[in-house]
Design a protein around this ligand. Structure first.
Ligand code: ATP
Ligand code: MG
Length: 378
């Protein structure tokens, strides 16, 4: 082989994944309806979504633990569906830790390494154990460890290997909040360094947003939107995605017509109307669901005096409750468009307002998200 060919081969990153039209039923119950996603080599994609949406089923299909009814799973151009699990060359951590009870932590982690016992092998084991803060337990046996410690060893074992695709199912679930946060950050850095394609399942939306290149939001057995965390948060394609990622105020109503190039929503059971950007092609007369994030709304004490800026809307409110949540306060208010949770305020961000205080809440009209009411969040 000449030098050029070697370099080109070395530059090809393994691990491109295509999941196309995957379907899986359990008797009459359809768990995956049409799950499709393309994952670039080296990417970390999280599967996120409400309980029962199909995350575990999809991961088990990829791992080869269950057989899909139809559809394809392709890694590096090779279809996996007809291969048994052990021939798929995937690295996995599932909820059960499955450590070998008769092997020490050290031996458990080096078990899957081709170069175990070598200097490189030893270094990988040490690095993986350091990452999960378990280096000082290398000589312990699994029975001498707590559940969270066993989970960290299982994660270290997966991280020490270099599979073409890594599947991680809630690998940090048994860790306490502080440790979990620091492992998340280091896992992300390690991922950037090693570039091993990873599919990560978590129930924790913040975790998904912290560690992922892209988050795949699942709903009713399909992937509804797969995008970078910021994109998912700013431009959700459905009410289900908007409500799952971050906090939202949900206001249902009827589209009543045009207002200076936009639309208006007459709020159900309330006198108020909401101005909205023209989007989603919801026709006049249709039921719609509007969503506003607390952090996009600002409370100002007292009757509004200064004129509102271009493209802003405000409503008069009275304060119901003002709740301290650490780095900021959340204001619960009653208004002519219903009860709202408000994240921003003018002046001192930690100043507490009394119940009954009167003021106004304003936001940018472009921050209002409007969806057809036929797609309610679960
Ligand atoms: N072995 C099974 N037999 C019958 N139905 C199943 C089986 N496994 C899963 N299901 C059903 O398939 C759907 C998808 O389940 P799955 O376990 O993939 O959801 P999930 O997204 O992992 O949920 P969770 O967040 O609760 O773990 C659910 O409605 C579930 O009840
Ligand atoms: Mg599950």
């Amino acid at each position: 082989m000449d030098g050029k060919a070697t370099i080109e081969t070395a530059n090809i990153k393994p691990g491109g994944v295509r999941i196309a039209g995957l379907r899986k039923s359990y008797g009459p119950h359809v768990a995956l309806t049409d799950a499709s996603i393309d994952i670039a080599p080296g990417e970390l994609v999280s599967l996120l979504g409400p309980s029962g949406c199909g995350k575990t089923t999809l991961l088990r299909c990829i791992a080869g633990l269950i057989q899909p009814d139809s559809g394809d799973i392709v890694v590096d151009g090779q279809s996996l569906v007809s291969l048994p699990a052990y021939k798929r060359n995937l690295g996995m951590v599932f909820q059960s830790y499955a450590l070998f009870p008769h092997l020490t932590v050290q031996k458990n982690v080096e078990f899957g390494l081709k170069d175990r016992g070598s200097t490189t092998g030893d270094r990988r084991v040490r690095e993986a154990l350091e990452l999960v803060r378990m280096a000082s337990y290398a000589a312990h046996y699994p029975r001498q460890l707590s559940g969270g410690q066993q989970q960290r060893v299982a994660l270290a074992r997966a991280l020490a290997t270099s599979p073409r695709l890594r599947l991680l199912y809630e690998p940090l679930a048994a860790l306490d909040a502080k440790l979990r946060e620091s492992v998340q950050v280091e896992l992300r850095q390690l991922q950037r360094q090693l570039g091993i394609t990873t599919i990560f399942v978590t129930h924790d939306q913040r975790e998904a947003m912290t560690i992922s290149d892209r988050v795949a939001m699942m709903h009713n057995g399909r992937i509804e939107q797969c995008a970078a965390p910021e994109e998912l948060y700013r431009r959700p394609l459905s009410a289900a995605v908007a409500a799952f990622v971050g906090q939202v105020n949900q206001i249902s109503g009827i589209i009543v017509g045009d207002a200076s190039g936009g639309i208006r929503l007459s709020v159900d059971g309330k006198p108020g109307e909401l101005a909205a950007p023209r989007s989603n092609n919801i026709p006049t007369g249709a039921a719609a669901l509007a969503m506003l994030r607390p952090e996009h709304m600002t409370f100002t004490l007292g009757q509004a005096s200064a004129p509102l800026g271009e493209g802003r809307q405000s409503v008069n409110v009275s304060v119901l409750d003002d709740v301290f949540i650490g780095e900021r306060r959340l204001l619960y208010v009653e208004s002519e468009i219903g009860q709202l949770v408000v994240g921003g305020r003018t002046g001192d961000p930690l100043l507490k307002y009394d119940a009954g205080a009167v003021g106004s809440v304003s936001w940018n009209v472009t921050d209002l998200m409007v969806f057809p009411a036929s797609n309610p969040p679960s």
